[in-house]
Ligand binder design. Structure first.
Ligand SMILES: Nc1ncnc2c1ncn2[C@@H]1O[C@H](COP(=O)(O)OP(=O)(O)OP(=O)(O)O)[C@@H](O)[C@H]1O
Ligand SMILES: CCCCCCCCCCCCC/C=C/[C@@H](O)[C@H](CO)NC(=O)CCCCC
Ligand SMILES: [Ca+2]
Length: 566
């Protein structure tokens, strides 16, 4: 049977003012009392409740004993007053807790409470510590990989200065590995790491570093369970360890789309409180060979070409994407091929419904009917893997971009993302087809990724919510006689498409950008693996609203409250 949380109420001092402190129903709350012991004005630092301030115990980072002179600061006069209090109130404890600031950023705030009684202080520390240790989702031991070369090469400094002190504060132990070469983290996780020791794996770097940890952890989990990743229809086993991302990369799209910001302190706090966000992962195969996993962008054409070009400019750091973006935009290539996809039926969302995936998302929590939920073992999936067409739609054409997004792909470049209504954990991906169009049209489409416009509201763009898809580039397809008249022509400048009037030159084939890595094959088969991994995140939070008559207010519980003996 679950233990009822004890109700505590005591009087303490905070910054020379008398406060009433209450612990009940997983909430620590305090309010100022005036000189006669009545309720007075508020103290700033934690969210206001009806008549004071409160913090949920699950958002308390740590509770420590403090010297009587505590952290109180202020003018000379108030310091003198404080010193007087130290003599009278020599016992104090400090609670460190999560405070929300602007744009989804979290900070670690602290508040110190003083009292005259040693045993009262001990009882409070014990009560709070007990509640904190009952939070079993919190990690105690982490394996941390730092990419010293990601983004602006600040990964090591970010970890040492901003993250490690918070982990120490929260009593989390961390084994740190600074990577020495690309794929170091992936290979260590795959074969060497003793994962039984850890509650989670943390990567310090960008999307590429996250991808290493994802591949290492998923591969390890499958090999531990005897699952062959090369089988496109294999039922993959979800990873048991959570992954944390401390952003220190160039795009940080996975961190941004799961937390709402790419701020290292915010990410560290989400790890400390043990948040959990399941995430869909796309598995990508070519024939029966496993290529890679993707959680953010799978992009052929435009984003593949941006990446190919940007890899030659790595020395430029994050600016490489801007330069390659402009260059790729100007070359305005398009590619021919056929896309087959299995529409996700029986989902409660669609890519244009403007329902954003947010913390506690009801679209992600929706249980699909047996038809959809059994897709993983279904005949359709078998047909898909055998190249069949039951329930499948096929679109042939000339495309500037073919993009699949398992999640919104929101990032600082595009705060609403590539597919603003895509969901982190609904078992689907949004497939975006941008057909051949004018330069101006494509420019407008791109621009709408950065403003309030709807990037799908163009005649040349279509978007489908899918459970899987295949792509076959035209130059690898069997060509019919009619098609021959439209086949790309070779010129001394490269391959030239016959219909150039609006588009200029079209190369024969592009590459796939798979979460920032170039895939070696153009013909691929993609299947969405629902909720394969979990991150230390909670999805993007909506701004909090406080109601004055909140029934969960700790101040509404006064009758049952215990007074710990002083
Ligand atoms: N020690 C290392 N030396 C060289 N490369 C490394 C090392 N450690 C990791 N890598 C590789 O560096 C690549 C880029 O890393 P990371 O993702 O951290 O930064 P980024 O590319 O700047 O950011 P983003 O992926 O967000 O665009 C990754 O693909 C990773 O495999
Ligand atoms: C006229 C203004 C036009 C501005 C257009 C902005 C459109 C931005 C959409 C951003 C989509 C990012 C998707 C995320 C992809 C990551 O997995 C990958 C690895 O970090 N990043 C890139 O490939 C880097 C891709 C960079 C693309 C520019
Ligand atoms: Ca999804």
């Amino acid at each position: 049977m679950e233990k009822q949380p004890r109700l505590f109420s005591s009087e303490f001092f905070h910054k020379n003012r008398q406060v009433e402190l209450v612990l009940s129903r997983g909430v620590l709350a305090w309010r100022e009392l005036d000189k006669g012991g009545k309720r007075g004005s508020d103290i700033k630092s934690a969210p206001e409740t009806a008549h004071g301030h409160s913090v949920q115990v699950c958002e308390i980072v740590a509770v420590h004993k403090t010297e009587g002179d505590g952290k109180d600061q202020g003018s000379n006069r108030s310091r003198k007053k404080a010193n007087k209090h130290v003599l009278l109130l020599p016992y104090a404890f400090t609670a460190f807790f999560v405070r929300r600031t602007q744009q989804h950023q979290w900070r670690c705030s602290e508040i110190t409470f003083h009292c005259a009684s040693h045993s009262l202080r001990e009882q409070w520390i014990q009560a709070l510590s007990e509640q904190l240790s009952s939070l079993t989702n919190r990690p105690k031991s982490l394996l941390v990989y730092i990419n010293p070369y990601g983004g602006k090469r600040r990964g090591k400094r970010i970890y040492e200065q901003k993250v490690a002190p918070l982990f120490r504060h929260a009593g989390i132990s961390a084994d740190v590995i600074v990577t020495e070469y690309a794929n170091h983290a992936r290979d260590h996780l795959k074969t060497e790491a003793n994962l039984d020791k850890y509650d989670g794996v943390v990567c310090v770097g960008g999307d590429g570093m996250f991808s290493e940890v994802l591949h290492g952890l998923v591969a390890r989990t499958q090999s531990d369970h005897g699952v062959d990743q090369n089988q496109p229809d294999a039922q993959l086993v979800p990873c048991s360890l959570h992954i944390g991302i401390i952003p220190a990369g160039s795009t940080d799209c996975i961190c941004f789309a799961t937390i709402g910001t790419n701020d290292p302190v915010t990410s560290a706090l989400h790890i400390i409180v043990g948040d959990s966000q399941p995430m869909d992962v796309c598995s990508v195969h070519h024939s029966d060979i496993f290529l890679r996993y993707s959680v953010s962008l799978l992009g052929y054409g435009f984003y593949g070409d941006v990446l190919t070009d940007s890899e030659r400019k790595r020395w430029l750091g994050p600016a490489r994407y801007d330069l390659s973006g402009v260059k790729t935009f100007l070359s305005h290539n398009y590619y021919e091929g056929s896309v087959s996809f299995l529409p996700a039926e029986d989902t409660i969302g669609n890519p244009r419904d403007k329902l954003r995936c947010r913390s506690g998302c009801h679209v992600c929590q929706h249980k699909p009917s047996s038809k959809d939920s059994e897709w993983d073992m279904s005949e359709e999936k078998e047909k898909f893997n055998e190249g069949g067409s039951g329930g499948w739609s096929v679109i042939r054409g000339k495309f500037i971009a073919i993009n699949a997004a398992c999640m919104s792909c929101a990032c600082p470049r595009s705060p609403k993302g590539l597919s603003p209504s895509a969901h982190l954990a609904d078992g689907t991906a949004d497939l975006i087809l941008v057909r051949k169009c004018s330069r101006l049209g494509f420019f407008r489409h791109l621009l709408r990724h950065t403003n309030k416009g709807d990037q799908f509201d163009h005649a040349f763009v279509e978007v489908h919510r899918v459970r899987g898809f295949r792509f076959q580039p035209r130059h690898q397809e069997p060509v019919s006689l009619e098609d021959l008249s439209e086949a790309p022509k070779k010129t001394r400048f490269g391959t030239m498409c016959s219909a150039q009037t609006t588009c200029g030159y079209g190369a024969a084939h592009s590459s796939w950008n798979c979460d920032g890595e170039i895939l070696p094959h153009a013909a691929i088969q993609v299947s969405v693996q629902s909720r394969l991994i979990r991150l230390f995140a909670r999805g993007i939070e909506e701004p909090q609203r406080f109601t004055f008559e909140d029934p969960s207010s700790p101040w509404a519980l006064e009758p049952g409250t215990q007074q710990p003996a002083a």
